[in-house]
Design a protein around this ligand. Sequence first.
Ligand SMILES: Cc1ncc(COP(=O)(O)O)c(C=O)c1O
Length: 364
Amino acid sequence: MDVITAAPAALPAAPTPAGLVGNTPVLWVGEPFTRPGRGFWAKLEGANPGGIKDRTALHMVRAARERGELAPGAPIVESTSGTLGLGLALAGITFGHPVTVVSDPGMEPMMRDLLTAYGARVHLVTRPHPVGGWQQARRGAVAALLANLPGAWCPDQYNNPDNVAAYRGLAHELIAQLGRIDVLVASVGTGGHSAGVGSVLRKVFPGLRVVGVDTTGSTIFGQPAAPRLMRGLGSSIHPRNVAYGMFAEVHWVAAAEAVWAARRLARCHYATGGWSAGAVALTARWLAETLPAGTRIAAIFPDGPQRYAGTVFCDAYCREHDLLGHVPPAEPDRIAHSGARTVTAWTRCTAVTDPLGDAPGGGR
Ligand SMILES: Cc1ncc(COP(=O)(O)O)c(C=O)c1O
């Protein structure tokens, strides 16, 4: 007798690659990454065609076109460590704009090749700015390119409010997937996705605790600038999109600790990402193990592992940078305020303030 089973429900077919953005899965990350009975939900943004920034690239470009700031066919120029570049390449193909991505020598060669394959031009700066580091050097290069390309438009992801608004959909997906959310754990680079997701979730769950994750050596939460290996999260400038007033606490994570977490996640749970997913997972694990049982934690993994084959998951690279064998402590160190001392390993602070001090409570 033939056994006929019902066909599994198919995902909707997408007529364009932009139609593949969003509706990413969530994965339960529990034992053995966490201790028995504890865990958190990871939102796998690596399931987007490029990564989490596909959402914001499409939204910023669409909004700029609607406002008439970006003319049909005009060039797009932006500074990015890569993830937004992938999104902009997608937006360029979708809306018909040439895209130039400005980055620095730390951009992974495979990311350069991938962006080129997607039709973007990659412009690498060669020297850091003496005060503002690589990021400031990249912004200077963007300004020079904009001055020479008539009609060119820069999304300015660090300060553009559309970068925040782009993440409303992600928040609504989480609500539909998880029902109730008590804690949101998000990495912070431009501040876009933590501010965007956090503000929507906060309206639905007024008691929501938002935990920001940064890298050591980043200036975002008031630490002094220092050389940073991790890309994606962290900054050497002060992005205006960071919603300081929203964060109950911030965790700074060192590169070796993020590598340990990303590798352990990969081995135990297959799904992982790179620097930011590792840092977020380390923080979410600690929260899951220390908050009351039943606390529902959503952690955002901004991209997948592929881009990190030559760094986080490369033994030679990790040995060269002394990133192997550093098992993080059971709990982070703690400082009373970000100016208390310079942190070089996993540390948390529950007094989150805007280092520029001009508008606590929501992105200046
Ligand atoms: C891989 C990765 N993780 C985290 C972030 C930080 O996200 P946001 O800029 O929304 O703060 C970025 C930003 O570029 C990223 O590319």
